[in-house]
Write a protein that binds this ligand. Sequence first.
Ligand code: ADP
Length: 356
Amino acid sequence: PPKKSIKDELEKTKLQLKELTGAVKPAESEKLKPGPLIQTFKKAKKVPTKEDIICQLSSSAIEERFIDQIYDGCLMTKPEVTWDDIGGLEPMKISMKEMIIDPLKRPDIFRGLRAAPKGVLLYGPPGTGKTMIARCIASQCDSSFLNVSASKLTSKWVGDGEKAVQALFAVARAMQPSIIFIDEVDSMLSKRTEKENESSKKMKSEFLVQMDGAASQEADNVLVIGATNRPDDLDEAVRRRFQKRFMIPLPDNQGRLQILKAVLAHEKIALEEADFCTVANSLEGYSGADIRKVCAEASMTPVREWSGFLDTVELSEIRAIELHDLMEAAERVKPSVSLKDLSHYEDFHKLYGDKP
Ligand code: ADP
């Protein structure tokens, strides 16, 4: 009945406002008007259908088949990732909240000098949480999330890259606030060369045009996040379009401890604080993805003890993961990033990186 939905709406609005006012000083929070925030959430609640988007873009030159491809191939249902799922990277989390999430929620405050960047590059070794950060941002600000896996799509878009890029940005604008996340951005937007074919060149220049458009249209709430393990390969002009560039490094000891806790948060474990520290200490050089592998491997040991009886064993009979399971797994799973690779990231960081 309508009465209940109004009540629900009010409750939700109150919650959202609490969240917002938590982010600013109490005295200032009195002055903030809730309007745009609520509008943003209202807008986000109704996800436009493909037909809505096609209809909205019908007067543009964008072909329906590209809208189709983008909507079906890139649009992801709301990713559910919270900051607690991401271990370590504390300064980065704070920066992302202030620089991206608050502006996406309150475009009326964050304009002019305070305007948010329209392009953010995350670079660093593989498996350090770049994709997780992008998903978390989309989840926290209720944005549409367009996930473009560059290596998959460049092969799909052969010859049509330019039009596909146009459609990508058009769909993102139609569904704003939106985040376009381009994984392996280096493979799609690598340095331009003489030998390169015409269609690839066109795609890259279209991308630059679209990013410039996004940057100059302050009213548009479209953010491009690029992730790469090879920042050196990125086209120079593209690199400049990513106004903020952050290195996501391998986790330090404290980071590894937090990742272990985040990854094991929902598992049956018998571990003391000191055990977590012992494991974290022994995993120097491991990325977040490597640590996850170690935990996955360790979680198999209690199950293997029941081999031959798996048909009948009760779930509750399988013992918890213990310290020795993790230490033995760490012996078997080796770190995937070499020291040599790390120096590339440091060099790039010195030249072009921002501090979180
Ligand atoms: P990247 O995009 O940097 O290559 P991902 O974000 O895809 O890495 O991470 C791969 C997997 O590794 C994640 O799904 C997650 O399970 C784990 N992982 C990586 N970094 C972290 C982290 N900081 N905290 C928790 N899990 C992590």
